[in-house]
Write a protein that binds this ligand. Structure first.
Ligand SMILES: Cc1cc2nc3c(=O)[nH]c(=O)nc-3n(C[C@H](O)[C@H](O)[C@H](O)COP(=O)(O)O)c2cc1C
Length: 305
């Protein structure tokens, strides 16, 4: 068990807390926000304090903070106060470098579309343009701005109501929904780290079923305390909707792999370890129900004896 470092936010400088929280609360999606001021000047900047928080009504929230060095506010916030509209452009891998470039603190009035070499496309219902190169763009009106403080580092929550969604069709599957594998999204982490959601990094976890999973606490003690199985393995077993029946256990006992374990070994502990190793392999192969039956096959034997 590793030691724990404990931090009291009131006892550390803002820039220190910033480093810890941004590394810990990650990866964060990126809102590439395009806004416009009352003179019609366009601004485009990325914000990773961002997420979708409601579908009905459809509300996204992002936060341009006050600058740590002097508590000053960012152009995005000032623009929204003048014209309460924003297009949240979603950032994927093909535009990550241009997105990063646009976070440069250019003087007020400089259009980051031009600086970053991205293309403005007029929006359908709001004044700020959208980014043509973004895979998805959300035209939003701003319901509210919640200012969280007046010092450096204070967030300003922009509650943005989604009024129109644009999706590049190349990112759609045959069923009309977004293909997450194709989208190639990127997210912000601590320091200068980003991460990329693509085929190499993505994986699926079956959702807990409508009928509740049995829970880790329902598993036999020897399985719960196994030194072979990981927490993830136990979580997957706990997601099963029922314990294996005696017929299922009988069936796995007839499989060549289980038979081989009982033929080769005689010590109870060794048999248990090997059954857990086989069970772990099966869980990772998505044969979860059979895996539990395998790991319970020695217990049945003991009951019979
Ligand atoms: C990936 C990324 C995420 C960022 N997220 C935020 C954020 O959530 N809040 C914030 O205040 N600044 C964030 N920044 C910094 C702003 O983009 C930067 O201060 C920008 O210059 C603000 O532009 P503006 O003054 O034109 O609004 C981020 C920068 C990058 C590159």
């Amino acid at each position: 068990m590793s030691n724990i470092k404990t931090i009291d936010p009131s006892k550390v400088e803002t820039r220190v807390l910033h480093k810890y929280l941004l590394s810990a609360v990650a990866p964060r999606p990126i809102a590439f926000a395009s806004t416009i001021n009352s003179d019609g000047r366009v601004n485009l900047s990325p914000f990773s304090y961002f997420n979708v928080f409601s579908i009905n009504p459809p509300i996204c929230v992002f936060s341009p903070s006050r600058r740590g060095r002097d508590g000053s506010t960012k152009d995005t916030l000032e623009n929204i106060k003048q014209v309460p509209e924003v297009v949240i452009n979603i950032v994927n891998y093909p535009i990550i470098e241009q997105m990063s470039l646009s976070s440069t603190e250019y003087e007020t009035g400089v259009n980051e579309f031009t600086k970053a070499g991205l293309t403005e496309v007029p929006s359908k219902i709001v004044k700020p343009p959208r980014v043509k190169e973004s895979p998805v763009a959300l035209e939003c009106t701003v319901d509210d701005v919640i200012e969280l403080g007046e010092e450096g580092g204070a967030g300003n929550l922009i509650l943005a109501r989604v009024k129109m969604v644009h999706i590049q069709e190349e990112y759609l599957k045959d069923d009309g929904f977004i293909d997450s594998l194709k989208l190639d999204l990127v997210a912000r982490m601590g320091d200068s780290w980003y991460c990329r959601a693509n085929e190499q990094s993505m994986f699926e976890i079956p959702k807990p079923g409508r009928n509740r999973g049995i829970g880790v606490d329902a598993l036999p003690e020897k399985i719960r305390n196994s030194h072979i199985l990981t927490g993830n393995n136990l979580g997957r077993l706990g997601n099963l909707e029922s314990m294996p029946s005696s017929d299922e256990i009988k069936k796995v006992k007839e499989s060549s792999e289980v038979k081989d374990i009982f033929d080769r070994l005689s010590l109870e502990k060794e048999i248990e370890t090997e059954l857990h190793r086989l069970g772990k392999k099966m869980i990772e192969n998505d044969e979860v129900s059979e895996a539990l039956a395998v790991m319970m096959s020695n217990q049945k034997i003991k009951e019979k004896n």
